[in-house]
Design a protein around this ligand. Sequence first.
Ligand code: DI6
Ligand code: FE
Length: 390
Amino acid sequence: MATLDPQRDNFYGLLANAAVAVEHGRVVWVGALADLPSRYAGLARHGYDDCLLTPALIDCHTHVVFGGNRAQEFEQRLQGATYEEIAHAGGGIVSTVTATRVADEDALLAAALPRVDALIAEGVSLIEVKSGYGLDRETELKMLRVARRIGKGRPVRVVTSFLGAHAVPEGMSADAYIDDICIPTLRAAHAEWLVDAVDGFCEGIAFQPAQIARVFDVARELGLPVKLHAEQLSNLGGAKMAASYGALSVDHVEYLDETGVAALAKAGTAAVILPAAFYTLRETQKPPVDLLRKHDVPMAVATDCNPGSAPLASILLAMNMACTLFRMTPAEALAGVTRNAARALGVADTGVIAVGMRADFAVWNVRHPAELSYRIGFNSLEKRIFGGLL
Ligand code: DI6
Ligand code: FE
C-alpha cells in the first residue's frame, strides 16, 4: 500500500502486506494485515494479491466542459503559427467560446462525459472543472451547471472553478469585460451555489494582475478561495499577486522566478504542474521544479484537459510527462495527483490513506508505485473504490 501519508514518511508512505478497514465510506484503521484488530474481523473482506493500493487519483485542473474541438488550430501550429498568434487572430480560446455558446447543457454534458470516463478508468475519484468558455453570463452559468451534473451522473466528485477571467471577448476592452460581465457573472453563479473557487488567466493574451485582483477582491468578499493560471508563457508576477490573496494554487508556472516561489511558500500556495500544455505548445521554458523543492512548495500534477493547449484525458500520462519532461520523481508525481492535488483544491478528506479519510482508493496491477509514472499509454488499474463502494 502506498498511503501517501506524510506521517509515515515523506515519500510513498509504503506499507507491505497492508490492510485498510472501512466503515460508512471512511477509513477507520490502516496497518499491517497481521495487526488488524479483532473488532474488524466481522467486516466483509476484499483481498488483492500482488497489487498496489493507493489513494484514488485526483485531477485538480481541467477544462473538460467545452463545445467543439481545435484540431484545425493544431494543424495551423504544425505549419508554424504560435498559440499566441492564433489567439490574437481571433482563434484559440475565443473560437471555443463560439462553439460553447451554441451548445445546450445536454450537448455539453454528453461531450464532457467521455473525457471524464477516461479519467475515472484511470482511478480518478475527484476532478476540478472550470468555466471560462462562455465569457457571458448565460454561458458561464451553463458550463458550471454542466460541471455539477457530471458529479451527479458519474461516481466522481466535482469541484468547480469560475474562470470568467479566461479571455477577452471580441469587441470589448479587458477592463470593461472584468467590471461589466465577469464580476456580475461571478456574483450570479455564486448565488446559485455553482462556484467552489475563483480562477483567472494572468497572461499577455488575457488579463493583467491588477485586473484579476479586482475579481479576487469579489471572491474574498464572497468567501471563495482563489487560484490562478500564472507565469505560463511569460512572467507578469501573477503568482505573487495570487499568493497575496492566500491562493490555493497557482498553475502552469513555467516562468515563475525565485521571488515568486518564495511568495508561494510563505502563503502555503501549491504549484500545479501541467506538462501537457508545455508538450502541446512545444514550449522550452520548464517550471522551476528545483526551486519549488528548495522552498518546500507542494507540487500537484494535472491534465489541464482542454481543447487548445492540452487535449489530454489521461492523468497517468500527465504523471509520466511530469517525470520525463520536468524531472519530477515518480514519488513526486504520485503525490502530485493525490495528496498535493487535494491540497490544491482545498479538499481535506482525500488524497492520502489514513484514518478519517474517505475510502477513495485505486488498486493497481503493479509491484512498485514508480510503475504508475513509468509506463506510457498503459493503464494498470485493477479496481477503483469510490467512497468505500467497490
Ligand atoms: N491556460 C490553459 O492552458 C488553458 N487555459 C488557460 O488559461 C488553455 C485554454 C485553451 O487554449 O482553450
Ligand atoms: Fe488551464
